[in-house]
Design a protein. Structure first.
Length: 86
């Protein structure tokens, strides 16, 4: 016990995070390649003793927020142009 794992979880029907034996979970010490591929912003050689933080997750939240903002702006411009044509 008392180890850090890379866990592949998903939401079940009850909207709870869950995992199973087939999910591919593994100790962090054996998951350096996956961590690097997931791009959490930490080089593989620096993962010894690594603990996940909020920085990696926040980057993706910001990407999603920026994409939504661009989508809203494009839609608003489209609607404005459509009203002018009437």
């Amino acid at each position: 016990m008392n180890k850090t794992y890379l866990v592949y979880a998903y939401y079940d029907r009850d909207h709870k995070l869950t995992t199973n034996l087939c999910s591919g979970n593994k100790p962090i010490a054996k998951a350096k390649e996956e961590i690097t591929e997931l791009d959490v912003g930490v080089p593989a050689q620096a993962l010894d003793g690594w603990r996940p933080g909020i920085a990696g997750a926040m980057r993706y939240v910001l990407y999603i927020a920026a994409a939504l903002a661009v989508g809203v702006l494009v839609y608003a411009r489209y609607r404005r142009g459509k009203k002018k044509r009437r």
